[in-house]
Design a protein around this ligand. Structure first.
Ligand SMILES: [Zn+2]
Length: 307
């Protein structure tokens, strides 16, 4: 088990020290479903290790292990985090929600481009790319191996608050040392996309059937995406609910990768309440493949019920 210092190296998240090969248990990189008249396809960008010491740095390990034990989960290492990228085909548009880590972030990521091609989605077919936020495992796949925009015909939609945060030259200086390289990279890549960017208010229509919902905390301008067709709805939650146990059963626990941890906790509780009250299905980026399921109330908290 690597410690936090091993895990986070200045300039890049060299997660886990050694990089894992694609795990044999991955169910496969493409999952298809219908949502009203829309076609939803989940495509993987790969997996990467997210150690507990990184996710929950302030939490007593005994408390973490006790919660894992009540869920019959091994207490030593968590399974690798998935990258469940969502493609939405509407009668009018082809929308990609988040873009994976690209070629320059982690060796175990960067599979999205070939997996999209394999699933019948060449890059020029996309009309919209929606970015839930500016972290590398969501943003850096917008750039191809030649350092040019990969989805060159798509409008790239990001919230104005998120765009301002990463483009601000001062942001690098406000980040912890370990995140400075990531911040510089995301600032540079958003600059490369400049002519394709559409800045959105926190809550706003992306295109017919897709609406951005402000879910700040993980990053200042993080958005989730509500997809609605007919009477069916699916909420794409980005990184608001990053772990199938902690995020649902202890949404109040502060998350190591949240820029504003108290705001992240408030947003988690609010979103979980909405998902259960309105019975909305969830798609979540880092949950076990393919990251689809429902949320149920459980005592004072919630629980994730995978499809
Ligand atoms: Zn992420």
């Amino acid at each position: 088990m690597p410690n936090r210092r091993d895990v986070i190296k200045a300039g890049a998240l060299a997660l886990g020290g050694g990089l894992l090969a694609w795990p044999a248990r991955a169910a496969g990189p493409v999952h298809r479903m219908k949502l009203g008249s829309f076609e939803i396809t989940i495509v993987s960008d790969g997996t990467f290790p997210l150690p507990l010491s990184f996710l929950l740095p302030d939490r007593d390990p005994a408390e973490i292990n006790a919660l894992l034990a009540t869920n019959n989960t091994a207490t030593t290492t968590l399974p690798p985090a998935q990258t469940n990228v969502v493609v939405v085909r509407t009668p009018r548009d082809l929308v990609l929600i988040d873009t994976g880590g690209g070629a320059r972030f982690l060796d175990t990521l960067g599979r999205l481009a070939s997996n999209l091609e394999g699933a019948g989605f060449p890059p020029e077919a996309f009309t919209h790319v929606v970015l839930t936020h500016g972290h590398p495992d969501h943003l850096w796949g917008t750039i191809d191996d030649f350092d040019e925009p990969r989805f060159a015909k798509a409008r790239h939609v990001i919230s104005a608050a998120e765009h301002d945060f990463w483009r601000n030259p001062d942001t690098v200086n406000t980040m912890p040392e370990a995140f400075k390289g990531l911040a510089a990279g995301s600032r540079r890549i958003l600059g490369k996309l400049d002519s394709l960017i559409t800045r959105l208010p926190a809550d706003g229509t992306i295109t017919e059937g897709l609406t951005a919902i402000s879910t700040p905390g993980h990053t200042p301008g993080h958005v989730s995406v509500m997809i609605a067709s007919g009477t069916e709805r699916l909420l794409v939650g980005g990184d608001v609910l990053g772990n199938p146990i902690f995020s649902f059963q202890r949404p109040d626990w502060h998350w190591g990768s949240d820029v504003d941890a108290p705001a992240g906790a408030r947003t988690r509780a609010r979103l979980l309440d909405t998902l259960t009250t309105d019975r909305i299905r969830l798609s979540s980026y880092h949950l076990p493949w393919p990251g689809l399921g429902r949320v149920e109330r459980a005592g004072n908290a919630w629980r994730f019920v995978p499809d």
